[in-house]
Ligand binder design. Structure first.
Ligand code: DMJ
Length: 456
C-alpha cells in the first residue's frame, strides 16, 4: 500500500467546482449559532446516554432502555465508540476523555457471539481508528487491531470475499450469500490499520475482496446485488446504487483519494460510467437511478432507497458534478415535501414505498460533501433544513429516535449508532468552521469516521 498522499475524499476538486457554481453572496448567513445548537444537542444526547445506557450499544430514546447491535444480547459499547471523534471535533473534551476511559477499562471483544463483518468494521474498527486519530492513544489502535483480527477469519474464502458473519471468539463463519457493499467496504479502515501497524494483511484482505467482486462484473460493467463468496457466482440479477451496493462504489473512490491507488480509480471510473449509462433515469425533470438487470440493462423497478441519497456527493467527487447536484436536488425535493425522507421512494409513482426513517444521515452527507467541493451556500441551507427537521420530529425524552412513519411523524424507539458518528458531525463541520478540522485535506469514511484531517 502507499502512504496517504492526496487530499481527502471530501476535500478534492473544491477550486474546480467553485468555478462552475459560484457562492451566492446575497444568501450569506452566520451559521455559527446553528453550529452551537448542534453541539448543544450532541452534549445533551450524550448526557442522556451517559445516565441511562452507559456502555450499552444503543439507547432507546423514548423509553430510556437499550438494545444490542451488532452482537445479539451482548453489548460492545457501539454508541460510545461511534460518538468519540464527533465529541472530540466538537471540543467536548471531558466527554471524549470519559468515553476513551470506558474503552480502556471495559471494551472487550472476546465474546462468544457472531457479528456482521461489515457493520463491525465500519462502525467499531472505524470508530476506534478515528478516536485514535483524534488523540493518538495507542490503546485505541490496539483495540481496533484486536477487533479486526477477530474479523479476519471471514476473509479466508476461495475468492477472498468475506462471509457476512463471524464469531468474535471462535472465528466460526456464516452466510456466504453476500453483496458488493459487504465485500467492498473495508479499504480505508483496513488500509489505515496496515499503515499504522506495519502489518499489510488488513489492506491486502480488503483489496483482494474488492478485486474479486469487481472482476465478476457483467459485460455492461454492472454488479448485481447478491453474490456467493465461496464460488463467486451471482445469486441475483439486480443492479442498484442503493442498499447492499452503495458503499462499494464509495470505497473505490476512497481508495484513490486516500492512497492514490490508480487501480481503485480505474474501477471507480468503470463502475460509475456503467451506472450513468444504464441506470440514469429522468422523470418529470428529476434525475434518479433505476434498478436494472445487470446483464441486459432492462429497468426492473423505480424504487429508490433513502440510503442512495449520499450518491450525489460521490458523483460530484468523481467528476460528475452536474449529475451529482441534480440527483441531490431530486432528494431535496422529497425532503421539502415530507420534512424527513422516507426509507424508500418510488420516483415513477412519486410516492413513498417504505414510510419509516431510521434516523438517516445520507442527505446531510451529500450536502456536506457537495459543500466541501464548491462551498455553495445552498448545501448549508439543505443541511440546516435536515437538522431542523430532525430536531423537530426525531427528538424524544432521552435522545433522538427513528420515525415509524414520516407522513405522521410517529416516533419509534431506537437511536442507531451511526447517528453519533454521521449527521451530528456533518452538521457541526458544515456550520462551525472549527479549527479542529482541516477543510482542505481530510477523509471521512462511509460511517463518518474521520481518518484524516483532525487537527490536534
Ligand atoms: C451507515 O451505517 C453507513 O453510512 C453505511 O454505509 C450505510 N448507511 C448507514 C446509515 O444509514
Amino acid at each position: 500500500m502507499r502512504p496517504v498522499t492526496g487530499p481527502g475524499r471530501r476535500g478534492v476538486l473544491g477550486g474546480l467546482l467553485a468555478l462552475a457554481a459560484p457562492v451566492r453572496a446575497a444568501r450569506r448567513t452566520d451559521w455559527h449559532p446553528l453550529a452551537a445548537d448542534v453541539r448543544a444537542e450532541m452534549a445533551w444526547a450524550w448526557d442522556q446516554y451517559r445516565a441511562r445506557a452507559w456502555g450499552k450499544d444503543e439507547i432507546k430514546p423514548v423509553s430510556g432502555g437499550s438494545s444490542t447491535f451488532p452482537l445479539k444480547g451482548q453489548h460492545l459499547g457501539l454508541t460510545l465508540i461511534e460518538a468519540l471523534d464527533t465529541l472530540w471535533v466538537m471540543g467536548l473534551d471531558d466527554r471524549f476523555a470519559d468515553g476513551v476511559a470506558w474503552v480502556r477499562d471495559h471494551a472487550d471483544f472476546a465474546l462468544d457471539g457472531e457479528v456482521s463483518v461489515f457493520e463491525t468494521s465500519i462502525r467499531l474498527v472505524g470508530g476506534l481508528l478515528s478516536a485514535h486519530h483524534a488523540c493518538g492513544d495507542p490503546m485505541l489502535l490496539a483495540r481496533a487491531r484486536d477487533l479486526a483480527d477477530r474479523l479476519l477469519p471471514a476473509f479466508a474464502t476461495p475468492t477472498g470475499m468475506p462471509y457476512r458473519f463471524v464469531n468474535l471468539l471462535t472465528g466460526a463463519v456464516r452466510d456466504p450469500a453476500t453483496n458488493p457493499a459487504e465485500v467492498g467496504t473495508f479499504l480505508p479502515e483496513w488500509g489505515t490499520l496496515s499503515r499504522l501497524t506495519g502489518d499489510p494483511r488488513y489492506h491486502d484482505a480488503a483489496m483482494k475482496a474488492v478485486r474479486a467482486c469487481y472482476a465478476r462484473r457483467s459485460r455492461l460493467d454492472l454488479l448485481a446485488v447478491k453474490i456467493d463468496c465461496r464460488t463467486g457466482e451471482w445469486l441475483d440479477r439486480r443492479a442498484t446504487i442503493g442498499s447492499y451496493a452503495d458503499s462499494f462504489y464509495e470505497y473505490l473512490w476512497d481508495g484513490w483519494q486516500l492512497y492514490g491507488d490508480r487501480e481503485c480509480k480505474a474501477m471507480f471510473d468503470t463502475c460509475i460510467a456503467a451506472i450513468l449509462r444504464h441506470q440514469r433515469d429522468r422523470r418529470d425533470g428529476r434525475l434518479w437511478f433505476a434498478d436494472v438487470d445487470f446483464e441486459t440493462g432492462a429497468i426492473l423497478n423505480t424504487r429508490q432507497d433513502e440510503l442512495a441519497s449520499f450518491f450525489g456527493g460521490l458523483l460530484a467527487q468523481g467528476g460528475h458534478a452536474r449529475d451529482g447536484i441534480a440527483y441531490t436536488d431530486s432528494w431535496a425535493a422529497v425532503q421539502a415535501r415530507y420534512g424527513v425522507l422516507p426509507e424508500e421512494w418510488d420516483y415513477a409513482a412519486a410516492a413513498p414505498t417504505q414510510l419509516g426513517n431510521a434516523l438517516r444521515p445520507e442527505l446531510a452527507d451529500a450536502a456536506f460533501t457537495l459543500w466541501l467541493l464548491d462551498r455553495d451556500e445552498r448545501w448549508r441551507h439543505l443541511a440546516a433544513d435536515h437538522f431542523r427537521a430532525m430536531r423537530r420530529w426525531h427528538r424524544a425524552a432521552y435522545g433522538y429516535t427513528d420515525l415509524a412513519d414520516v407522513t405522521t411523524k410517529r416516533q419509534a424507539d431506537h437511536c442507531p449508532g451511526y447517528w453519533w458518528s454521521e449527521q451530528m458531525k456533518y452538521y457541526w463541520l458544515i456550520f462551525s468552521d472549527t479549527p479542529r478540522f482541516d477543510y482542505r485535506r481530510n477523509y471521512l469514511s462511509t460511517e463518518g469516521n474521520v481518518l484524516l484531517g483532525l487537527v490536534r
